[in-house]
Design a protein around this ligand. Structure first.
Ligand code: FEO
Length: 174
């Protein structure tokens, strides 16, 4: 059975994951309108993944005797100055999510809720991977800069991008 404080903290994370899905959906749409289909598809996939993250939390809260709260969401940014800026936002957002997961892990230990602590380990690992992916993309985009040809090639290659999660030494959870 979840304590009220853990339930509240998990429900906050449900909202964050739902908002993340919207943040990436808006990025997908922006990239699609700009004609960069590879980047757009990557962002649509990211958006779907965030919805999965949210649903996993919803199921966990309900299975443990809580009540998952489906709330209103903050509106995401819908346009960006450049792809570079957009990918900067992606990394910033993932760092924010990692911090939120770390806070949840901290609360679960404080409350001696080891089941929740165990459940959250999947998110800890996932955040390492997501941050690593975002960093890799941003590094590439920073190299390309304003070069249109480079961006065209990057758009073609982005869907093959696969980052090994363990290669993230700067992870906040290390
Ligand atoms: Fe579910 Fe990318 O954080």
């Amino acid at each position: 059975m979840l304590s009220k404080s853990i339930e509240k903290a998990l429900n906050k994370q449900i909202r964050i994951e739902a908002e993340s899905s919207q943040v990436y959906l808006a990025m997908a749409v922006w990239a699609e309108v700009k004609g960069l289909e590879g980047i757009s598809n990557f962002m649509y996939d990211q958006s779907d993944e965030e919805r999965e993250h949210m649903l996993k939390l919803v199921k966990f809260v309900n299975e443990r005797g809580g009540h998952a709260h489906i709330s209103e969401l903050n509106a995401p940014n819908v346009s960006f100055d450049s792809f570079q800026k957009m990918f900067e936002k992606l990394l910033e957002h993932e760092i924010f999510v990692s911090q939120s997961i770390n806070e949840l892990v901290h609360i679960s230990l404080q409350e001696k809720d080891y089941a929740t602590h165990n459940f959250l380990q999947w998110y800890v690992a996932e955040q390492i991977e997501e941050e690593a992916t975002a960093r890799t993309i941003l590094d590439k985009i920073n190299m390309i800069g304003d070069d249109k040809g480079g961006l065209y090639l990057f758009d073609r290659d982005i869907q093959q991008l696969n980052v090994i999660s363990s290669a993230a030494p700067e992870s906040p959870v290390a």
